[in-house]
Design a protein around this ligand. Structure first.
Ligand code: HEC
Ligand code: HEC
Ligand code: HEC
Ligand code: HEC
Ligand code: HEC
Ligand code: HEC
Length: 361
């Protein structure tokens, strides 16, 4: 793997240098100067001291005709525009790719995700030693065939949730659901007796957005209401967060941001909503977010009163509780960690909080 990468970098350099030679000498073609030949080990590529003499280029690169590079590396801003957006996204600017342990690197590092998707399992063999953040190569097959088809996504297969075994299948946003799903945990069961909470961070790990949209992964009875946005938004996350027209580097496109700071205010990016909600003025459509916020507060008060959450620090408290109490905390954390204040799945968010309130009363 490492060897192949090194060789590829070498090969890329050769190709670029050849371009320069051609430009400097203004020759009609580079074939006069270059003998393209396959060596036994195509990994061997040498560049001689004098570029006018023989150069050995691997079959792989020779086959990927130079004009294919130009599909992407050209005088347009095809790549640059996305780079600028990506740099301003949390994927590009966040610090959590330091989470390089095998348990975490599958979602927090580019290398871990690539290994996991290639192997088709949730596990990777070891920690990632030189981690990099989620980048173009994490999500696209860049420099695989060296043609435009390399924009294809590294995965768009339906995703089976690790937590519940349910399937998420909403077009290209399946890619996102690989990472933006809760990690496996023991969800409290109704009437399950005593439940031991052993971590102050009890609850679904950060990012249960896809399971929330699909309406699964909560404590309590099975939810049978509607999953409005799962049923209606064909490209899921992408439709709302990744509109093809980005707003500068603040929102949409490869920033994937749906809110941004402007003149000291937090602004909402409504472009993705308008296709379906023509007159929408805020995410708080029909007061949904206000209602969810009020319900969260009601549940919070009870969780503090019953000793599951520290009222001052806001963090969880370890100890033995009833499965109803632990279940209420699970649902509260699910809605909180989803971070859309109900928008991802209005009906399910209300259901989770209603179930939590009933469990605590
Ligand atoms: C499908 C589009 C695409 C094609 C085709 C393509 N590249 Fe790239 N290339 C990229 C992207 C995307 C990056 C990474 C940009 C970034 O990291 O911001 C990149 C990066 C590079 C870099 C910078 C070093 C690196 O590896 O990050 C070089 C050099 C390069 N490409 C050379 C080539 C050559 C030579 C070819 C043809 C043999 C080629 N590319 C074909 C998309 C493409
Ligand atoms: C390889 C795993 C992975 C994939 C694939 C992925 N994400 Fe993320 N995403 C993360 C992680 C990890 C973070 C947090 C990064 C940090 O804090 O350093 C994040 C952050 C985000 C944020 C920023 C949240 C904030 O607080 O501002 C949004 C929005 C987001 N992702 C949306 C998406 C969308 C949409 C897709 C699919 C197009 C996607 N992600 C694909 C792992 C992933
Ligand atoms: C299944 C994928 C996945 C795994 C595995 C995973 N994470 Fe995350 N993590 C995410 C996503 C996605 C986010 C961003 C969620 C968001 O912005 O709402 C995130 C966010 C975080 C954050 C930032 C939260 C914040 O509030 O700032 C930390 C810290 C973190 N993860 C630590 C870890 C650690 C430590 C591990 C391993 C024990 C781990 N993660 C394993 C997907 C994962
Ligand atoms: C978190 C995953 C993710 C990352 C990181 C990412 N992309 Fe993408 N990209 C996507 C998705 C998903 C789409 C398709 C959106 C759609 O379905 O409309 C896409 C589409 C594109 C397209 C349009 C391709 C086409 O066939 O029309 C280009 C160009 C592109 N990305 C370039 C980049 C570049 C350059 C980078 C690095 C700076 C990058 N992407 C990083 C997920 C990602
Ligand atoms: C129907 C539109 C819609 C869909 C579909 C959608 N989101 Fe969101 N998402 C939102 C809105 C609106 C918010 C922000 C609410 C707020 O800040 O008040 C949000 C918030 C978030 C956040 C919190 C950080 C932030 O930017 O505010 C993350 C992370 C996120 N969504 C990821 C995803 C992922 C991953 C998917 C797909 C599995 C997805 N979303 C699907 C509309 C959507
Ligand atoms: C592909 C279509 C589609 C997109 C895109 C979409 N929605 Fe929806 N949304 C629906 C449908 C259908 C309903 C249910 C019918 C209704 O309330 O109009 C709904 C319902 C809602 C509700 C529930 C309102 C209530 O009365 O309880 C909220 C809130 C909402 N959407 C917010 C958003 C936001 C914010 C965005 C953009 C970030 C968005 N939607 C994007 C289709 C969409």
């Amino acid at each position: 793997m490492k060897k192949k990468t090194l060789v590829l970098i070498g090969l890329k350099l050769i190709v670029l240098i050849l371009f320069l030679v051609v430009m400097i000498s203004c020759k009609d073609s580079i074939t006069d100067d270059v003998v393209t030949e396959t060596t036994e080990d195509s990994a061997v590529a040498e560049i001689s001291d004098d570029l006018d003499t023989e150069v050995v280029v691997s079959e792989e690169i020779a086959a990927a005709e130079l004009d294919s590079c130009i599909n992407c590396h050209n005088s347009t801003t095809l790549i640059f525009a996305r780079e600028v957006q990506w740099e301003n996204s949390l994927h590009g600017s966040g610090l959590t790719f330091e989470r390089n342990g095998a348990d975490c690197a599958t979602c927090h590092t580019s290398e871990g995700f690539t290994e996991r998707i290639t192997a088709g399992t949730f596990e990777i063999s070891e920690d990632i030693q030189n981690p990099s953040p989620i980048n173009c190569l994490t999500c696209h097959n860049i420099h695989d065939t060296y043609t435009s088809s390399d924009w294809a996504l590294t995965s768009s297969d339906p995703v089976t949730f690790e937590l519940t075994g349910d399937t998420y299948d909403l077009g290209n946003s399946n890619l996102c659901a690989n990472c933006h799903q809760p990690r496996p945990a023991d969800i409290p069961q109704e009437g399950g007796g005593d439940y031991e909470i052993t971590s102050t961070r009890f609850g679904p790990h950060h990012g249960p957005q896809s399971s929330m949209i699909a309406g699964v992964g909560g404590y309590g009875e099975e939810y049978t209401g509607s999953d409005i946005h799962y049923d209606n938004v064909d490209s899921g996350c992408i439709t709302c967060h990744m509109t093809d027209t980005a707003y500068g580097k603040q929102a949409g496109g490869h920033t994937m941001n749906i809110t941004y700071e402007y003149h000291g205010e937090t602004e909402e990016y409504l472009t993705g909503c308008i296709a379906c909600h023509e007159d929408i003025e805020s995410f708080d459509r029909n007061g949904l977010q206000t209602e969810i916020e009020e319900m969260l507060e009601e549940v919070h008060v009870l969780l503090v009163a019953q000793g599951l959450i520290d009222g001052e620090s806001g963090s969880g408290i370890t100890g033995t509780f009833t499965s109803e109490q632990a279940g209420a905390l699970w649902n509260y954390k699910t809605v909180e960690e989803d971070r859309s204040m109900g928008v991802h799945n209005p009906g399910f968010a209300k259901f989770l909080l209603k179930t939590a309130l009933e469990a605590l009363q």
